[in-house]
Design a protein around this ligand. Structure first.
Ligand SMILES: *Cc1c(COP(=O)(O)O)cnc(C)c1O
Length: 409
């Protein structure tokens, strides 16, 4: 009889989004005339930039001609894409990252999970609370945790609480941590990290031999020029940080699929015999064994993001969502609520009115304004009392949702 990976049984049944769907469906059935506006799930709504579409169409035509047809490409991605990323995302910000250190993939969600393949089983692993659930669940699947307790926290993981009290930036841990996941601008809180804060993490990591797994999926939303876009803007990060980036949120590739992971050749980890091993070699081996590259058509679409037209179109897309976020912040503040994030981020993190839990506030917004958001407690126990509202929607829906909240709350 085949056995299974028992650790999957530790996973809490995907609770958050199914529970939201259950409550929304029940409400919709009881109130068939209600026009529900969803500001919950972190998916984009606006169409792909014209430059990306044009590049894809051209690439499809090439695929239809024997002379320009492409079969398997390099697993790590085509050099023309990796070089543009190195130049424009990194070198232009004075980050010392070479094209050979950039691995193209079909998503950051996958990469943040897959990266665990190259690490040992006895690392001390830290996540923030609240957190993007993928970091936690992939560690459970990899066998890096024990079971969850009542509060939903897994034995063996180190949870670093973030809240208004610490500006939604985790305190540097007092104990030794081997792997630490950081996400800035943050999902779900919309918080950003200053250069000084990231510098503290890099210093901690260098002093303790730790590795920072830095998720920069939302870097394009940074408008404040003092906030770093990349962990490699910090001195020393080349020796302790892996960075994940995605075309999902800047260029609307959530359904197109393209992302990248940066593994500098200067980072090492310890083998069990005590020797230092380059992580780049391991990730290169993993990536080329278990992955066969992103489609040519999609890599051409990603390349178009770096053309002058592509840059202008992506900027317009991001500005559109940021304007939504600004409207959400202004209206919710006018409604008497306390809001965080929403400035260098598409997420607004709302404090539920005094005395209301995250789910109670969810029900109230659904019933009174027919607006759906995401209860903060679904991202971790320290998210209790908060609520995430996403700016990914049409202007019309955002304005209508805010009008209803102002009138009915
Ligand atoms: C959306 C998102 C990503 C991007 O995931 P893809 O698989 O590239 O679409 C990565 N990290 C976080 C925190 C996200 O919210």
């Amino acid at each position: 009889m085949a056995t299974i990976n028992d650790r999957y049984l530790y996973l809490k049944a995907g609770y958050l989004f199914p529970e939201i769907a259950r409550r929304v469906n029940a409400f919709a059935e009881a109130n068939p005339s209600a026009k529900i506006i969803k500001l919950g799930i972190g998916d984009v709504t606006e169409p792909l930039p014209e430059a990306c579409r044009a590049a894809m169409i051209k690439a499809v035509e090439e695929m239809g001609d024997r002379a320009t047809f492409r079969g398997y490409g390099p697993e790590q991605g085509y050099p023309w894409l990796r070089e543009k990323i190195a130049e424009q995302d990194f070198k232009a910000r004075r980050c010392d990252i070479d094209a050979s250190e950039i691995f193209i993939s079909d998503g950051s969600k996958c990469d943040t999970g897959n990266i665990l393949d190259i690490f040992g089983k006895d690392n001390a692993i830290a996540v923030t609370d609240p957190v993007y659930p993928v970091y936690v669940d992939t560690n459970v699947m990899a066998g890096n945790t024990g079971p969850a307790n009542e509060a939903g926290q897994y034995e063996g993981l180190i949870y670093l609480p973030i809240s208004a009290a610490n500006d939604f930036t985790a305190a540097i841990p007092s104990q030794k941590v081997d792997l630490i996941y950081l996400c800035f601008p943050n999902n779900p809180t919309g918080a950003t990290a200053t250069k000084e804060h990231l510098q503290q993490w890099v210093e901690y990591a260098l002093a303790n031999g730790s590795i920072i797994l830095f998720d920069a999926a939302y870097e394009a939303f940074i408008t404040d020029p003092t906030i770093p876009h990349s962990i490699y803007e910090i001195d020393g990060a080349r020796n302790c940080a892996i960075e994940f980036r995605s075309f999902s949120k800047n260029a609307g590739f959530t359904g197109t699929r393209c992302a990248l992971t940066v593994v500098p050749k200067t980072i090492t980890g310890k083998a069990s015999d005590g020797s230092d091993v380059e992580l780049w070699k391991l990730w290169n081996r993993r990536h080329s064994t278990k992955f066969n590259g992103v489609s040519y058509v999609v890599q051409r679409a990603a390349e178009a993001v770096y053309s002058p037209e592509g840059q202008a179109q992506v900027k317009a897309l991001v500005s559109f969502y940021l304007e939504n976020a600004k409207i959400i912040c202004e209206k919710l503040t006018a409604a008497g609520l306390t809001v965080y994030g929403g400035v260098n981020s598409p997420y607004v993190w709302v404090q539920a009115p005094t005395g209301l839990s995250s789910w109670e506030f969810f029900d109230k917004l659904l019933e009174k304004a027919n607006v759906v958001g995401t209860p903060g407690s679904g991202f971790g126990s320290a998210g209790e009392g908060y609520f995430r509202i996403s700016a990914f929607n049409s202007r019309e829906n955002v304005e209508e949702a805010m009008k209803r909240i102002l009138e009915n709350l």
